[in-house]
Design a protein around this ligand. Structure first.
Ligand code: SAH
Length: 259
């Protein structure tokens, strides 16, 4: 998969892309990411990328012409991209399902805004506008990294174990079950009133039982109860198997009894 990112702060993008799973995928060539400095597509001596808004008002607006030139250069170098994504708080909400869909594309361009955002005419060249959440950031660099990171996990060969992606929170419409690793017990200090006591935190016995059927059932139950408690809205769209439907009915029954 090929991704081009257009920004006025290339350094802000380059460093995070060098680390971890995404960094390795780029090194191996599974992902081909190129960061373009928008200032390289200006024609004036001062490499100006912004200007005052027509009609007045606070802040500056990103000029359209450097962005059009950047997109032309990307098209000339890499072939016309099918998808040009504008990061914007006004866009459609980016989700795990969107990430999976975008991972099926061969070539993506991500535009990072700054200041008050883009000149409206840039939207002529944009196929989608994506928001990473209902808050306003100072620039599109973090959103572009968020989108790239979430998309990359769905590109075959990026995450070592593809099963792990399929089991992740959101992938099936459920939150992930809790996870434990060694050691089996740890001691923590707790303050109880005026006393300091040592408490032993244990790994749930079922996980060390070796009974795989029981473990699977426990994980399903935990994932369901967590989702029911924290994100009941997800359950409407979740795809549950018969065992999960049954567990969910039990959990709902139990919570009714408590009420
Ligand atoms: N004045 C604009 C906000 C500009 S924020 C408005 O009210 O719509 C500056 C830039 O940061 C945007 O162009 C966009 O690239 C990025 N940005 C800010 N918040 C974002 C969000 N929630 N999702 C995606 N991009 C965001």
């Amino acid at each position: 998969m090929t991704v081009d990112i257009v920004t006025i702060f290339p350094a802000m993008i380059a460093q995070p892309l060098a680390a971890g799973i995404v960094g390795r995928a780029i090194e191996r060539g599974t992902l081909d990411v190129k960061v373009h400095d928008l200032r390289d597509f200006t024609t004036d001596r001062h490499r100006v990328v912004d200007d005052v808004p027509y009609g007045g008002g606070p802040g500056m607006v990103l000029k359209p012409d450097p962005i059009f030139r950047a997109l032309d250069a990307i098209a000339a170098e890499r072939g016309a991209p099918l998808t040009v994504i504008m990061t914007s708080p006004q866009g459609r909400r980016f989700t795990q399902a969107e990430a999976e869909r975008l991972a099926g594309l061969e070539h993506l361009v991500l535009l990072c805004g700054r200041y008050e955002g883009f000149d409206e005419r840039v939207r002529e060249r944009v196929t989608e506008e994506l928001s990473i959440g209902d808050y306003v950031l100072t620039g599109g660099e973090l959103p572009a990294l968020v989108v790239l990171d979430a998309v990359a996990r769905f590109v075959p060969g990026v995450v070592g174990d593809e099963q792990s992606v399929a089991q992740d929170t959101f992938s099936r419409g459920l939150l992930n079950h809790p996870q434990y690793t060694r050691p089996p017990e740890i001691e923590v200090r707790r303050v109880r009133g005026v006393l300091e006591v040592l408490e032993v935190l244990k790994v749930p016995e079922v996980l060390t039982s070796g009974n795989h059927a029981e473990i699977r059932r426990w994980r399903k139950r935990e994932a369901l109860s967590r989702t029911l408690e924290r994100r009941p809205d997800l359950l409407d769209a979740a795809s549950l198997d018969e065992e999960e439907e049954q567990l969910l009915r039990e959990l709902k029954g139990a919570s009714h009894e408590r009420d």
